[in-house]
Design a protein around this ligand. Structure first.
Ligand SMILES: [Fe+2]
Ligand SMILES: [Fe+2]
Length: 213
């Protein structure tokens, strides 16, 4: 009762400010907005694929930068969260184990494709080189669009059945801590800015251009 009265006495805008400073992001929201960054890199890859197939130019740096986001933010961070904190809990609970096996295998396959993309883009000499790069980017997109959609709609919702509400909350806090340690700040903000810069270079940042007339 006393706490309620104290809170009621605080100006509304001050309460809102305090809430903003805490900015608690739940476990699934955290993972899903990381998928949003992944999706935006896939869209950059799509634009590069389109240009290669149309024999148009593109800045190779956009591919290097995109693949570097994938490496540092998705493969070495986001997927590690899934592999170290989610997959073992599903395996232990005996839930969605076939799906978890496929997701894990795809992480490893994705890393091999990213290795190839990074080395290919560093030595693009002929149209054959560009076509091979387009094939790798396309294979990456073909796998990751359904991969992340399956996690969003099947794996993550099921997490609520595998862990208690308390464990779910503390997982989110753990993820925040790992994120700060890994990136020295809010990795999501850092990498959202990076993907935005690539979109601007490729001319796909302006959202309104995609609205059908
Ligand atoms: Fe995954
Ligand atoms: Fe994921």
């Amino acid at each position: 009762m006393a706490v309620g009265l104290a809170a009621a006495a605080l100006p509304v805008n001050l309460l809102a400010k305090e809430k903003e400073e805490e900015e608690e992001v739940s476990t699934n929201e955290d993972l899903m907005r990381e998928h949003g960054i992944l999706k935006r890199v896939l869209l950059c890859y799509d634009e590069v694929i389109r240009r290669i197939r149309a024999r148009q130019d593109f800045p190779p740096q956009t591919v290097t930068d995109g693949a570097t986001i994938i490496r540092k933010f998705i493969e070495d961070y986001h997927e590690k969260l899934e592999e170290n904190h989610l997959f073992p809990r599903f395996r232990k609970a005996g839930k969605l184990t076939d799906l978890v096996d496929v997701l894990y295998t795809q992480h490893q396959a994705g890393r091999r494709v990213t290795d190839r993309v990074l080395s290919a883009v560093a030595s693009l000499k002929s149209q054959d080189d560009r076509n091979r790069l387009a094939d790798d980017l396309a294979a990456f997109n073909r796998m990751y669009a359904p991969h992340e959609a399956r996690e969003d709609t099947v794996l993550f919702p099921e997490l609520h059945k595998v862990v208690s509400p308390h464990e779910y909350d503390s997982l989110g806090e753990q993820f925040e801590k790992i994120e700060r340690q890994t990136f020295g700040g809010d990795g999501f903000d850092i990498y959202r800015d990076k993907v935005e810069a690539i979109e601007k270079q490729l001319g796909i940042y302006d959202l309104a251009q995609f609205t059908p007339k």
